[in-house]
Design a protein around this ligand. Sequence first.
Ligand code: SAH
Ligand code: SF4
Length: 357
Amino acid sequence: MSAKPLIYDLEYDELSQRLTSWGEPAYRTRQIWEGLYHHFWQSPAEFTHLPLKLRQRLEDTLHFSHLKTGTVLHSQDGETTKTLFYLPDGQAVEAVLMRYQRRRTLCISTQAGCAMGCVFCATGQMGFRRHLTSGEIVEQVLYYARQLAHIGEKVTNVVVMGMGEPFHNYDNTMAAIDRLNDPRGYNFGQRRFTISTVGLVPMIRRFAAENRQVNLAVSLHAANDELRQSMLPVNRKYPLGELLDACKDYIRQTNRRITFEWALIHEVNDTPEHARQLARWLTGLLCHVNVIPLNPTQGYAGVATTRERAIAFRDTLIQAGVPCTIRIRRGIDIQAGCGQLAIHADSQQENSKIPSE
Ligand code: SAH
Ligand code: SF4
């Protein structure tokens, strides 16, 4: 990491201290914060109301961007846009914008790669590269906020479901949410964030204790330990019993609903018996199940369920009193599944080292 910090990594008070130590008046912090988080300016040159000397000092001592835009893909229906970003150390991460009616939902990344190794996930197949800083998480949101502002639109929801396991990078993820939530700046409501976790039990407990307004989603994908640990290695450490206990405690403590996620994989986890197993864990819980047909990846042989099987799975759950919705695969034509672009960026980089045959 370079010695020059990213400006989005700074808390308001940290920026303020910096400016005070340069002899600047207190109102400068507010001016800069507004430039960053209201106007989405991305270089000191845009802060034309600041003295030239100060702009120069900002330029010399802080980075104003860590995200270099790589491939940008638009889905055929034009509703989904996926951007690949390169970080200063060459790592690649992705963020996706999904337009649906009045909603403008962003899906952002918290790590380059992921250590959890879920077998069907493109990011898991890459392995862990590094945590993103809070500023690098914030910058993904501002990138799209800036684009939307040009056409008079705003981000309405942020889902922390891109590359990486947010609860493995807990502090930076929460710091990013807090910074985006800051009423002096972007002022984005906590309720409009959803964090998805693979099920890191101690962090679910910590999250419950902090009693945030942020929504929680938990990736289940299987309702017996044998199957779940064959797909999600983390299940060995935190088996279903412990995970569901933590979820129950979360719901009791916060009175908030949990969304459970389930990628339907043909003949792996998509039978009515799997749905009944799941219902046995969830009946009576304040929750919702989102099922989504698997997005196929290169490193995993499984295929997506069929529409009929997805409907039967959903109906079995609903009959057992567990609310369930089938989600469509957004942007399947642009590989909008997390990690799918970055893995290509990787293989392109690797290929470029191999002499062509
Ligand atoms: N690490 C977190 C958040 C990122 S993954 C988590 O695992 O919850 C976001 C969601 O996409 C998770 O529910 C994950 O299981 C799911 N997912 C990953 N790869 C997928 C694929 N190939 N098809 C469908 N869903 C997938
Ligand atoms: Fe990591 Fe989530 Fe992918 Fe699992 S599904 S490897 S936890 S990003």
